[in-house]
Write a protein of this length. Structure first.
Length: 183
């Protein structure tokens, strides 16, 4: 019996300067790389997740594994706006034996060799969270599971990560990520 659900829906996902390919998912998953462990995951594109007519992506998980789609972008400059609308939902489906789940948008800041220097994680979680902030990890909890929109300026966000040298950031990986920790 599945005990977890972590899911997210994203729309109008962009980095200013249009360095993100197909950020609005109007061209299926072109430009995005799916990653899924096991067989009980869902990656769907449709227009009915939100009230607008645009396409959204849904990532879901019903067992103890990871599902994600990601894209790595070169960043010629860091004064970029990351603009997005999302609905992040993570919950345990088993009220007798609840287990953790997380739905997240992750911005990974990479060097030229694509090594992760640090991350910003925008997330909703259920039960427990196994992530802890550090000089290289900025956590932004979204407790509301309704649709929301936001803009994050990358150079401003890097100020929340004192363990990263901004001049070393040459790429950004955007990850739409869902995980559940038990089954």
């Amino acid at each position: 019996m599945p005990r977890f659900l972590s899911g997210m829906i994203i729309i109008n996902f962009a980095l200013a300067g249009n360095i993100l390919i197909n950020g609005n998912f109007e061209d299926s998953l072109k430009g995005w790389n799916p990653y899924a462990q096991g067989e009980t995951y869902t990656i769907n594109l449709d227009t009915w997740y939100d009230q607008d007519p645009d396409t959204e992506v849904y990532i879901g998980r019903l067992d103890k594994l990871i599902t994600a789609v990601y894209q790595t972008c070169n960043t010629p400059v860091l004064d970029l706006d990351f603009i997005f609308s999302a609905r992040l939902v993570a919950r345990s489906l088993d009220s007798l034996h609840p287990h953790p789940a997380v739905a997240s948008i992750i911005l990974s800041y990479l060097n030229i060799d694509e090594e992760v220097l640090g991350e910003t994680r925008i997330f909703n979680y259920a039960e427990s969270l196994y992530w802890f902030p550090s000089p290289k990890l900025h956590l932004i909890e979204i407790s509301d599971t309704n649709w929301f929109s936001d803009t994050i300026n990358i150079i401003d966000e890097l100020q929340n990560l004192p363990g990263i040298e901004p001049l070393d950031v040459k790429k950004i990986r955007i990850i739409l990520y869902g995980i559940s920790y038990g089954c």
